[in-house]
Ligand binder design. Structure first.
Ligand code: NAP
Length: 316
């Protein structure tokens, strides 16, 4: 049986954390392999304007930023593999990763930067109509013709919901933010932006009871339940529902092998990216439920590469 070569470092995930780790590992002559899924670049590839990444006084488009990071990582010898890893064995070194085609990858150090993905409310009509008027990404789907000059609902009360509501208000005739409480979780500045937007209104203390529509005709209405009174109201002019209730970390692959917190984020030793297994490092949103920013992801990606390099040196 031919076995795969043992790589010094494998990086799993291609968002700002993974790509920054690749730049640093590449420059340290570790010749990293970066494994990414079908859409390289992570969450930023589904973002439009990034205004808070330092170095871009006029902002930069998310996909453009990720392409630049990819080029920079490639320049220092990163080898990119498109692969869907389905199994990992972290019980011994070299660590083994196996993909959906049965191909194995071996490495002495592993950097996990698999990110996080959108949470869903969990009702049947939401999944049935996902892609047919229901979405978890306003920047991806908001500009679609189906939502132009239409009444759109955004579910959630955090910064993401406010950001999406403001963005969608550019396209829709009206945006209703549906929130389960009577106070927003979003930061004051984001709240104020939404309150100041004449196209945005709020359905307080409300939960989605049913998204009405069909795959053929898209969303044709939304039934809300007032959580204080139990009253049901149907909004039959709503044509789009954007779910913005947070994210969950992509950590299923590591269940039972790496320590996780109650929300399934990977636990790292404070001040480091070191996981519960020596030689396995975690960077970016997969281990960060607090900041979740591109720049903090990049920062921890840098930390992970430096720590991996030191680990490899000391492990011999
Ligand atoms: P979040 O802060 O966790 O907010 C999630 C929202 O969804 C909350 O209002 C929550 O309600 C609601 N929610 C959760 N589960 C729900 C359910 N099953 N049904 C109905 N509503 C539900 O998530 P986020 O808005 O995605 O933000 C994540 C992090 O990224 C935050 O730290 C945020 O500050 C940051 N962020 C920053 C920016 C920016 O500064 N430009 C933009 C986006 C995100 P409750 O309030 O009742 O819990």
């Amino acid at each position: 049986m031919s076995s795969a070569p043992v790589e010094k470092v494998i990086i799993l995930g291609s968002g700002p954390a993974g790509l920054t780790a690749a730049i640093y590992a590449g420059r340290a002559d570790l010749s990293p392999v970066l494994i990414h899924g079908s859409v390289p670049g992570g969450q930023l590839t589904i973002t439009t304007d990034v205004e808070n990444y330092p170095g871009f006084p006029d902002g930069i488009m998310g996909p453009e930023l990720m392409e630049a990071m990819e080029k920079q990582a490639a320049r220092f010898g990163t080898r990119f593999h498109r692969s869907f890893v389905t199994n990992v064995d972290l019980s011994k070194r070299p660590f083994t990763l196996t993909d959906s085609e049965g191909q194995s990858y071996l490495c002495d150090a592993l950097i996990i930067s698999t990110g996080a993905e959108a949470r869903w409310i969990g009702i049947e009509s939401e999944q049935h109509l996902n892609g047919y008027g229901v979405s978890a990404c306003a920047t991806c789907d908001g500009p679609l013709p189906a939502f132009r000059n239409q009444h759109i609902a955004v579910i959630g009360g955090g910064d993401t919901a406010m950001e999406e509501a403001n963005f969608l208000a550019k396209f829709g005739s009206k945006v209703t933010v549906v929130h389960r409480r009577d106070a927003l979780r979003a930061s004051k500045i984001m709240q104020q932006k939404a309150f100041d937007n004449p196209k945005i209104d709020f359905a307080w203390d409300s939960a989605v009871d049913e998204i009405i529509g069909s795959r053929e005709g898209g969303v044709t209405g939304l039934r809300l339940k007032n959580l204080k009174t139990g009253e049901l109201t149907t909004h039959d002019d709503i044509r789009g529902v954007f779910v913005a209730i947070g994210h969950k970390p992509n950590t299923e692959l590591f269940a039972g092998q790496l320590e996780m917190d109650e929300n399934r984020y990977l636990v790292t030793k404070p001040g480091t990216t070191q996981t519960s297994i020596a030689g396995v490092f975690a960077a970016g949103d997969v281990q960060d439920h607090v900041y979740r920013q591109a720049v903090t992801a990049a920062g921890t990606g840098c930390m992970a590469a430096i720590e991996a390099e030191r680990f490899l040196e000391s492990a011999g």
